[in-house]
Structure formats: structure tokens, C-alpha cells
Design a protein around this ligand. Structure first.
Ligand SMILES: Cc1cc2nc3c(=O)[nH]c(=O)nc-3n(C[C@H](O)[C@H](O)[C@H](O)COP(=O)(O)O)c2cc1C
Length: 406
């Protein structure tokens, strides 16, 4: 298997049939993406921060539970449909927001959003993105938009108004970035923001010709130098601008007041992403937030931040206004089953969808969604449930002591 997943193997056959035969799980996409992408880009996507404690904890939290099956239930007909904010989706999975997705796949933001729309699952477009949000909204009008809080009230208002004018109805505010994370891994692999042209970077491009021509050269020729298109109400800086760090670094003084200000201005659904405490979930409830995504940013912000699965039950019981969703470390259908059993309404997945877009474009993302759907459906049958609403803490057997024991 490993031998067949080579770069050469991809060039002629990387489309639906090939994917179905050779990409059997989300993990297989990572193997392929590592070969396809220049080292700094792969490192940026796969990496976390400092010692990767949270990155690993996100996975191990799922193995702290085993599954308690029920037998001899008629599971011949089952549905994994999930309803969020009155809308029914085909599956309880979604695509998490990922910055600069258009550097790993050509027009990556559109690819991810359109594949999700077609599969009828939610996708969140990152505010740190290189495709104007209006173009994504046109291709996939149900996309959710993620923004970071801005220090400048007028800039934030302009962005919120712009998202509304584009017709998007769900705004996700990420709140776990009061300081820039210590991404030592980025330094080691040569990823920087702003992007600094260097001989090392040039060699990485030349030694990954498929990425160089399919993504980078094609983008330069058709769209020009990528800019952060959705940073404020208007176009942001180019990815090579030296002013970039100054522009994104200052968020330390932001508080709940900014959330309230957005709540006042934004008529659509408002979701907070990056909540890890029941107390904060209760405040969010009071401030009129409609939904929560329990997340530690895939372990990319504070190393040692608790794995979201461990605090999920606490947050579910503190937030009554709407759905509590989760991301970080979800890779298998059984992970989805465990998160739903602990009260999650939906589960978002990050890196694997980025890899899927990088190696297979839209077909890759569609295949990744199909893989997860098949796993969830099979797991539901084995569990003896016909609908995700039958999942509850009784479906789990905690194998280590902890605050989220069912
Ligand atoms: C390459 C990359 C870029 C990301 N960019 C953003 C972002 O712009 N905004 C955001 O809220 N979260 C961002 N995240 C975090 C994801 O939304 C999500 O929380 C995380 O990837 C989930 O963990 P997983 O990758 O283990 O599934 C990013 C994650 C990755 C891997």
C-alpha cells in the first residue's frame, strides 16, 4: 500500500477510481499530501505548536472510551442526518476553517466549500483566506464564514456587513487566538507568514512540480499574487507583505464586549469557536451566541490546552441556547460516534480535508466525505442504532477516570 501511494502514481491516475481503490481512510490522504506538497506547506498544515501535547491528546482522548453495542436491533434502515439551526444536513460532519487553503489546492476555499455544499454538509470558510468570500458564496451559498476579532471596531463592522451582503448567514468567531502561537514547527520547516521568498523555498517549489504548476503558477497566472482577501471589509495585504505580522498580531486586549458588539450588528447565526470551559459557554449563552464549537484549534494554539472531547459534556450542560459542536483530532467514524454520544450536535474535521483537496481537488474532498459517511453508517449498525439521536453516554464505556466519565 505504502509503495503504491507514490507521487509518480498520482500523476496519471489521481481521480475518483484511483482514490476509491487506494485511499481507504482519512489517514491515507496525509501520506499522499506529504509527497505532493512542498515541505513548508505540508509542515504548516500538519504541525501544531511547541511539544505537540494537545495534538496528541486530541487523538488519545477518543481512545479513553470504548463503545457499548446493542445487539439484534433492526438496523437495516438507518439515517445519519443531523439538524443544525433548523436545517437538515446529510451527515453530522463538517469542514473546519483552514487558513491559506488556496496555497495547498488551487482555489482551495472554493473546492472545500463546493464539495461540502454538494454533499450537504456544513463547511466553514476561514477569514485567513486567499479567495474573496463573495466568490465562495457564489459557488457554495450555504458556507459558514469564520472571522477573527479585530482590534478596530470599524474594520470588524465592515467585515460583518460584507459577509451579510454576500448572502452568508452563519458567522463563526474564533476566540482562541489572543496571542500568536509558538509554532516552532513552522520555523523548522521553513514556513513563514509573510511568505519570504528564498532559495530554499524556490527549491521546494521546483522539487514539487505538480504543486508548483497546478497550484502556484496557475494561481499567479489567473489571479495574480495571492492576497488576504477577507481580512477586513476590503482586500487585505499580499502574502509576501512585511506588514502582515503587525496586522494580525494584536488581539490581546479583546473581550466579551467585542462579541456583544458583533451580536448587535449581525442578524444571522453567531457561533463561537475555541471554547474549552463551561463557564465561558454560559457567558456565551448570556451574550446571545447561537452555537459553540468546542475546539483547541487542532492543538495549534496553546500546547497543553485540554482535548475538546474531555470538556464536551461540561460545555453541553452549560450551553442551552443551541448546538454544541466539536473539532480537533476527529479521524474516524467511531470518533464521531463518541463525540455525538457525549452530546455534540456535529463534528468538524480540519487537516484531512486540507490533504484531500491538495491531492485530489474536489474529487478528493468528496471521497473524504464519502469515507467518513460510510464509516459512520457502518458504525451505527454495529452499535445497534438507526439514528444519531439514539446515541447517548450509555453507548460509551470510559476506560480511564476523568471528569467526563459517562
Ligand atoms: C492549516 C490549518 C489552518 C487553520 N486555520 C484556521 C483559521 O484560519 N481559523 C480557525 O478558526 N481555525 C483554523 N484552523 C483550526 C481548524 O479550524 C480546526 O480547529 C482544527 O484543524 C481541527 O483539528 P484537526 O485538524 O485535528 O481536525 C486551522 C487548522 C489548520 C490545520
Amino acid at each position: 500500500m505504502e509503495r503504491r501511494l507514490t507521487h509518480a502514481g498520482l500523476t496519471s491516475r489521481m481521480r475518483g477510481g484511483y482514490l476509491r481503490r487506494h485511499v481507504l481512510s482519512l489517514a491515507d490522504f496525509e501520506t499522499l499530501a506529504e509527497k505532493r506538497l512542498p515541505r513548508p506547506l505540508f509542515g504548516y498544515v500538519s504541525g501544531a505548536c511547541e511539544d505537540n501535547q494537545s495534538l496528541h491528546a486530541n487523538r488519545s482522548a477518543f481512545s479513553e472510551y470504548e463503545l457499548r453495542t446493542r445487539i439484534l436491533v433492526d438496523v437495516s434502515t438507518r439515517t445519519q442526518e443531523c439538524t443544525l439551526f433548523g436545517r437538515t444536513y446529510s451527515s453530522p460532519i463538517g469542514i473546519a476553517p483552514m487558513g491559506v487553503a488556496a496555497l495547498t489546492a488551487y482555489r482551495g476555499d472554493v473546492v472545500l466549500a463546493a464539495a461540502a455544499q454538494q454533499a450537504n454538509i456544513p463547511a466553514i470558510m476561514s477569514g485567513w483566506s486567499l479567495v474573496p468570500l463573495e466568490e465562495v458564496a457564489e459557488a457554495a451559498p450555504d458556507t459558514w464564514f469564520q472571522a477573527y476579532l479585530s482590534k478596530d471596531r470599524a474594520e470588524m463592522d465592515a467585515l460583518v456587513d460584507r459577509v451579510a451582503s454576500a448572502g452568508l448567514s452563519t458567522l463563526v468567531i474564533t476566540v482562541d487566538t489572543p496571542a500568536q502561537a509558538n509554532r516552532e514547527n513552522n520555523v523548522r520547516v521553513g514556513f513563514s507568514s509573510p511568505l519570504r521568498p528564498s532559495l530554499r523555498l524556490a527549491w521546494q517549489g521546483l522539487s514539487h512540480p505538480r504543486w508548483l504548476f497546478d497550484v502556484f503558477v496557475r494561481t499567479l497566472m489567473r489571479q495574480g499574487m495571492p492576497h488576504f482577501e477577507n481580512w477586513h471589509g476590503g482586500r487585505g495585504l499580499p502574502i509576501i507583505s512585511k506588514r502582515l505580522n503587525v496586522d494580525i498580531a494584536q488581539r490581546g486586549h479583546l473581550t466579551w464586549d467585542q462579541v456583544s458588539a458583533i451580536r448587535k450588528r449581525w442578524q444571522g447565526r453567531l457561533i463561537l469557536k475555541g471554547v474549552l470551559s463551561g463557564d465561558d459557554a454560559a457567558i456565551a449563552c448570556d451574550r446571545g451566541v447561537d452555537g459553540i464549537i468546542v475546539s483547541n484549534h487542532g492543538g495549534r494554539q496553546l500546547d497543553g490546552a485540554v482535548a475538546p472531547l474531555r470538556v464536551l459534556p461540561e460545555i453541553v450542560s452549560s450551553f442551552a441556547r443551541g448546538p454544541v459542536m466539536i473539532d480537533s483530532g476527529v479521524r474516524r467514524g467511531t470518533d464521531v460516534i463518541k463525540a455525538l454520544s457525549l452530546g455534540a450536535a456535529c463534528v468538524f474535521i480540519g487537516r484531512p480535508f486540507n490533504y484531500a483537496a491538495a491531492v485530489g481537488g474536489a474529487a478528493g474532498v468528496t471521497h473524504a466525505i464519502d469515507l467518513m459517511r460510510q464509516e459512520i453508517s457502518r458504525d451505527m449498525a454495529m452499535m445497534g442504532v438507526t439514528s444519531i439521536h439514539q446515541l447517548d453516554p450509555n453507548c460509551l464505556y470510559p476506560i480511564s477516570p476523568g471528569p467526563c466519565r459517562a
